[in-house]
Design a protein around this ligand. Structure first.
Ligand code: DGP
Length: 114
């Protein structure tokens, strides 16, 4: 089922896009939890990591990771470090069921997460 992220991909609703290629889009989170908080998403609709089940999906996840590192460099948070998070399913705290990776940085993170 489509989510609000499909509308962002289609450019039907605005987003502060920081990265885009054929397969991926990245934009600033509407409710940032850190000075840098960016969501990296595939353009194809995959609800969650629970549904990643092919070599193609594995490559996509790897591409999301590569994009996160490139964006971290662009945002100037690669030296001090950052956090990558994928909330998966109900217990994982996922709210939007379109696979996405959170890139968080610009402050010291805490552990454990809530
Ligand atoms: P998660 O809990 O992992 O499913 O995180 C979903 C994130 O998506 C949450 O941090 C807020 C963000 N978000 C939800 N709707 C929008 C939107 O319309 N625009 C943007 N930029 N971010 C959104």
């Amino acid at each position: 089922m489509s989510t609000i992220f499909s509308k962002i991909i289609a450019k039907e609703i605005p987003a502060d896009i920081v990265f885009e290629n054929e397969d991926l889009l990245a934009f600033r989170d509407i409710n940032p939890q850190a000075p840098v908080h960016i969501l990296i998403i595939p353009k194809i609709e995959i609800a969650s990591t629970l549904l990643l089940n092919s070599k193609e999906h594995s490559l996509l996840l790897g591409a999301m990771y590569d994009a996160a590192n490139e964006i971290a460099r662009n945002e100037g948070i690669d030296k001090n470090g950052f956090r990558l998070v994928i909330n998966c399913g109900d217990d994982g705290g996922q709210e939007v069921y379109h696979l996405h990776m959170h890139l968080l940085g610009g402050r010291k993170m805490q552990w454990p997460p809530g």
